[in-house]
Design a protein around this ligand. Structure first.
Ligand code: UDX
Length: 421
């Protein structure tokens, strides 16, 4: 029932399938059955209301009933980072065991699809043995297995599900791959049919490449700033090359979120465990860690932070979401509070999540309120409302220092310095 599971469930139902979404939290189940999504995702509530009215969608905690009543089961549980960078398979193991148990009493064929982001080899070496042990049945004979990674961006998850660039199907057995390809037939997207662990690797390689693109641009951007070059113009000149493309070339405070840091760390850990090297990916992570601190270093070079009021606009790891996991703003708030600054923070969606981490920050109800009397302002995410701020809004500040962590304020007003422009 997270943003992958719930958005995939709603997306498959919108594509015409009957879907039962299974979770463990009763409050989430009740909320979904009332048409209120427990997560913030564009378009989700409207789609939920429509599907519930059509009777094509329901939420339950009863996994046995759900497996009994369906042809396929998608496992979409979380695989968070462990201390050493590897992924924590607790929920994958629990879900595999529960699905296996539910299969025991089920007649007829059933296909189990791992959608969670798991490192290459996990479906074969972890999920299948547990399902076989708890069901007493045989993979490939009594039940089918596939691995079907997701490429959903938070905030745009439903849109990305409905318009995939490709559908990747890792298959234990061809028959299951055929059935799963049929499930996606109405999506009109290219289908890539591969072995299980290849599908797992496609997910990690895709995310790690996107993260590499960002750290690459940030490294070029830091040099451009020294040379008085606008890296956004450089990106524009690069992006027309079809081999590069225009997307994911935005330099700034670095990447965050629950995926890029976790997935790159997991691939690094897997490389080391497999006796391979991950020099480039380790550099991608270290460039990113330094980039997050850069914006505070610039501020410190202009202002003694002790006792000063600093406005932070944007707290989530990006605009369009309330998710603060690994957000650059967490690092920035840490640094500012350590330096004795008073922080007034604003984010249209993520303030309540951040209050749980930093209760001693004051949370403004608007950008204007955060700016009032501030000695300096750091802009951390690309919420459209921040791009509309006027000189009048900024004139409410006591000081004149505004540093952009994301290129927001249109170029005609390029008077604000940026973290790498
Ligand atoms: C990402 C992948 O895009 C998605 O395919 C995968 O399934 C999950 O991980 P997400 O983490 O939700 O999605 O956000 P995304 O929009 O990719 O941005 C990730 C981070 O990179 C954000 O912190 C964003 O601010 C940053 N970013 C993105 C940049 O710094 N520059 C860019 O050009 C693009």
């Amino acid at each position: 029932m997270g943003y992958v599971g719930l958005c995939s469930a709603v997306g498959l139902a919108l594509a015409g399938h009957d879907v039962i979404v299974v979770g463990r939290t009763q409050s989430k189940i009740e909320s979904i059955n009332k048409g209120k999504s427990p997560i913030f995702e564009e378009g989700l509530d409207e789609a939920l209301a429509k599907l519930l009215a059509q009777g094509k969608f329901s939420a339950t905690s009863d996994i046995a009933k759900a497996v009994e009543a369906s042809d396929l089961t998608f496992i979409c549980v979380g695989t968070p980072s462990a201390e050493d960078g590897s992924i924590d398979l607790t929920d994958i193991k629990k879900a595999s065991e529960d699905v296996g148990k539910a299969l025991t009493g089920k007649q007829g064929h059933h296909i189990i699809i791992v959608k969670s982001t798991v490192v290459p080899g996990t479906t074969e070496q972890c999920a299948i043995p547990i399902i076989e042990a708890s069901s007493g049945k045989k993979a490939g004979k009594d039940f089918g297995v596939c691995m079907n990674p997701e490429f959903l961006r938070e905030g745009k998850a439903l849109e990305d599900f409905m318009k995939p660039d490709r559908v990747v199907i890792g298959e234990f057995d061809k028959e299951s791959g055929d059935v799963l390809e049929g499930v996606y037939s109405s999506f009109n997207a290219p289908v890539v049919r591969v072995p299980l662990k290849t599908a797992e690797m496609i997910k990690y390689a895709s995310n790690s490449f996107l993260a590499t693109k960002i750290s690459f641009m940030n490294e070029v951007a830091n040099l451009c700033k020294k040379l008085g070059i606008d890296v956004y113009d450089v990106a524009k000149g690069m992006g027309h090359d079809k081999r590069i493309g225009h997307r994911f070339l935005n330099a700034g405070v670095g990447f965050g979120g629950s995926c890029f840091p976790k997935d790159v760390s997991a691939l690094i850990h897997l490389a080391k465990k497999s006796g391979s090297k991950a020099d480039l990916l380790e550099t991608v992570m270290s460039v990113n860690e330094k980039q997050k601190r850069k914006i505070v270093d610039i501020l410190k070079s202009k202002l003694d932070l002790k006792g000063k009021k600093i406005a932070i606009l944007g707290l989530a790891f990006k605009d369009g979401t309330d998710d603060i996991r690994d957000a650059p703003s967490v690092e920035v708030l840490n640094e500012l509070l350590k330096s004795g600054a008073h922080v007034s923070a604003y984010d249209p969606k993520a303030a309540e999540n951040m209050r749980r981490v930093f209760p001693n920050v004051s949370y403004a109800k608007s950008a204007g309120e955060a700016l009032t009397g501030a000695d300096a302002c750091l802009i951390m995410t690309e919420w459209p409302e921040f791009a509309k701020l006027t000189d009048k809004d900024f004139s409410a500040m006591k000081g004149k220092i505004v540093i952009e962590g994301r290129r927001l304020l249109d170029k005609s007003r390029a008077k604000f310095e940026g973290v790498c422009w």
